[in-house]
Design a protein around this ligand. Structure first.
Ligand code: UT7
Length: 325
């Protein structure tokens, strides 16, 4: 028998305010047509004044805990994937811990892998469960990218949105085969030589300022399709699974053309791909749990389904995960 991290509940939160492409076109030199054609984005949610990453994360976490039938103090570890923490320190996870009312002294920390953050956080929590250090985990992807965008830079500001998604994991047992429920594999990579393609031009030890997101979009695009296809194939090979076995492909939502290109390379047909980029835009570490949440809510993802996750982000970082729901 082996220990498995089984998904016990999921929840998400999107800020109330929706900003359409038309609204952006009224402010900067862009158009609804360009944004939709190049990225598939129709709208994005943007936080209200004073609404912080920890608020989004806490709301998503409360919904995930309710879905799992658990209380905050049932959780052994909180991992928040974010590149837009409330403060430089402490970790947003500890703020969430406090907002949830956790009093059990369990650990909470952040993981910083930008758009790949949720996959990295999932892998971290899964490993804590697998070695037996904790029995339950709250894995959250939460971002307020609207706070780090250069709203004058049309090549980046139209692409991102705010939001959060959370998953509760619970230790269970399996026979070690791909028929088990739970996280079956995670594969993580990074290559720091590609820093200049996607980064924020500030931080505590460099400029002392928060900075703004900078991206070589065309170059990032090229790496995205290649690296995300490679890391998903790595996951399938490691688990002895085939693309045909996958019930739902839930990729990071950065660009409709990247999603379609990766799915095509894997031979996963359109009906099995969960796409939320149109409504959410790119919410970085929140995009996968948000997409999972939508597909669970509309009953596409059912218990026992095989779900393939993948993402790539600044660093560059990239990773994949296979989860039997
Ligand atoms: O989540 C992390 C990973 N991030 C990504 O995966 C993003 C990857 N990159 C992309 O999604 C795409 O490269 C973009 C959507 C960012 C851009 O699409 P593209 O097809 O690669 O366009 P481009 O950068 O090659 O720009 C084409 C043209 C340029 O004009 P010229 O030089 O051809 O005259 C840009 O100036 O589009 C222009 N442009 C715009 N036009 C209207 C750039 N941004 C805009 C805009 N509205 N918002």
């Amino acid at each position: 028998m082996v220990r498995r991290s089984i998904v016990a509940g999921i929840g998400s939160y999107l800020p109330e305010r929706i900003v359409t492409n038309a609204e952006l076109a009224a402010r900067i030199d862009t158009s609804d047509e360009w944004i939709q054609e190049r990225s598939g984005i129709q709208q994005r949610h943007i936080v209200a004044d004073g609404e912080m990453t920890s608020d989004l994360a806490t709301c998503a976490a409360q919904r995930a805990l309710a879905a799992a039938g658990m209380e905050p103090d049932d959780i052994g570890i909180i991992v928040v994937a974010t590149s837009t923490p409330d403060e430089t320190f402490p970790a947003t996870a500890t703020v969430v811990q406090s907002k949830l009312g956790c009093a059990n002294g369990s650990m909470g920390f952040d993981v910083q892998a930008v758009c790949s953050g949720f996959v990295f956080a999932l892998a971290t929590a899964d490993n804590f469960i697998k070695v037996g250090q904790v029995d339950t985990a709250l894995v959250i992807g939460a971002e307020t990218f609207s706070k780090i965008l250069d709203w004058e830079d049309r090549s980046t500001c139209v692409l991102f949105g705010d939001g959060a998604g959370a998953v509760v994991l619970k230790a269970g047992e399996g026979d070690g085969s791909s028929a088990d429920r739970g996280v079956l594999s995670t594969h993580l990579h990074s290559d720091g030589r590609l820093h200049d393609l996607l980064y924020v031009d500030g931080g505590p030890s460099s400029t002392g300022q928060v900075g703004h997101l900078r991206m070589e979009g065309r170059e990032v695009f090229k790496h995205a399709v290649t690296k995300m296809s490679e890391v998903t194939i790595e996951a399938l090979e490691a688990t002895g699974l085939h693309a045909d076995d996958i019930d739902w492909f839930v990729p990071h939502q950065a660009n409709r053309r990247i999603i379609d290109g990766t799915a095509r390379k894997l031979g996963i047909t359109g009906e099995r791909v969960v796409v939320t980029i149109g409504q959410h835009a790119n919410t970085s570490a929140a995009s996968i749990p948000l997409a999972l949440s939508v597909a669970v809510e509309d009953k596409r993802i059912q218990e026992g389904n095989l779900v393939l996750l993948e993402a790539m982000g600044g660093g560059l970082t990239w990773g994949s995960g296979i989860v039997r729901w």
